[in-house]
Design a binder for this molecule. Structure first.
Ligand code: E4P
Length: 217
């Protein structure tokens, strides 16, 4: 399972990269705005800065919602760095754009996926990644993890190569459940990755080992 971090914060990206288990980064316009990154040029520079920190794929989202606009913007993003994956919304023109990029060797991440039908379309169009938003489904009392399981079944039935990128991960249990279901990738906050480290018996055991060592030294 690949671990992506879902942020545009360079310090957090560095911290996750330093841990040695990071496979990539996802961003979206809201995450860029949260870091105060505004204006086309600054946004493009920020994507390059992220690519220079991580060894892995960096999703950069288009703002256009029409086919021609997405193609123009996506090609510009893809030219920035070979780690860039063009993030395209799950809308009709988005599916057409994903098909275009797939035919032209540009990798894509189909975003804002909330149903198995949408996931099927994204795979048919040739998306590299497809992002179901599990946390946002949970927020409206719908089982986000169940959607991941449905998509896993469908993709396995037909051998689709599109990778299931579990997005809108909110906490560590989401990560573990996604791993059990077989999501190819998860993207979440740094806390969802660092939460995997924690167990009180580890802390108690380590304290005891050190205490016993110090008794004899
Ligand atoms: C990532 O690709 C998504 O944009 C992100 O995970 C959405 O997360 P949120 O629902 O916490 O905003």
């Amino acid at each position: 399972m690949k671990f992506f971090i879902d942020t545009a914060n360079l310090d957090q990206i560095r911290e996750a990269q330093d841990l040695g288990v990071l496979d990539g980064v996802t961003t979206n316009p809201s995450l860029m705005a949260k870091e105060g990154i505004t204006g086309r040029n600054n946004i493009l520079k920020h994507y390059v800065a992220i690519c220079n920190i991580v060894d892995g794929d960096v999703s950069a989202e288009v703002i256009a919602t029409d086919y021609e606009g997405m193609i123009k913007e996506g090609e510009e993003l893809a030219e920035l760095h070979d780690q860039i994956v063009v993030k395209i919304p799950m809308i009709k023109d988005g599916i057409k754009a994903i098909k275009y990029f797939s035919d032209h060797g540009i990798r894509t991440n189909c975003t804002l996926v909330f149903s198995a039908g949408q996931a099927l379309l994204a795979a048919k169009a040739g998306a590299t990644y497809m992002s179901p938003f599990i946390g946002r489904l949970d927020d409206i009392s719908t089982d986000g993890l169940n959607l991941i399981a449905e998509i896993r079944l469908i993709y396995d039935n037909y051998g689709f190569e599109t990778q299931i990128l579990a997005a809108s991960v909110r906490h560590t249990m989401h990560v573990i459940e996604c791993a059990k279901i077989g999501a190819d990738v998860m993207t979440g906050p740094l806390s969802s990755i660092e939460g995997l480290l924690k167990h009180p018996l580890t802390d108690i055991g380590l304290a005891k080992f050190l205490e016993d060592y110090n008794k004899g030294n």
